[in-house]
Design a protein around this ligand. Sequence first.
Ligand code: FES
Ligand code: FES
Length: 167
Amino acid sequence: MSDTALDITLTVNGERVSERVDARKTLVDFLRDDLVLTGSHVGCEHGVCGTCTVRVNGEIVRGCLMLAVQCDGAAVETIEGLSDAGEVADLQAAFVARNALQCGYCTPGMIVAAQDLLKRATDAKSVPSRDDIRAHLSGNYCRCTGYQAIVDAIESVAQDRAKGMKP
Ligand code: FES
Ligand code: FES
């Protein structure tokens, strides 16, 4: 570790974490290397592919474009936290049911991004269209599936969640 290490304290998946980190370390490297939360993947490392997507203070961000030290005092949520809380259980089941993954490398980022869209839609009491889903996932690349099954899976969850909305 360089002499530019800084002490940070943040919440990760609801647990308070205090660590000394290199000032240049990205959030996704911090999550993976220091906290062994390896569900967030590293692909392009420059903000293009979306496989490093996590939530910081409720907003989705690219974990490769944010420094860990920028998260001092923040609440970070990863795919592990969303999964353990059951928040994305229906999305995960739909991805499996519709074969919306092959190698799975993009899948954590896809699920975190999809949940962001579906949560916003629920708050607005609306149901995202296929075009909305494609637009929201336009920053998440998949090299395997051709996207059709991913959109199908998310659309099915959007419709199922909409049935549970109060009029
Ligand atoms: S690794 Fe972060 S966007 Fe590709
Ligand atoms: S399933 Fe392989 S990159 Fe998406």
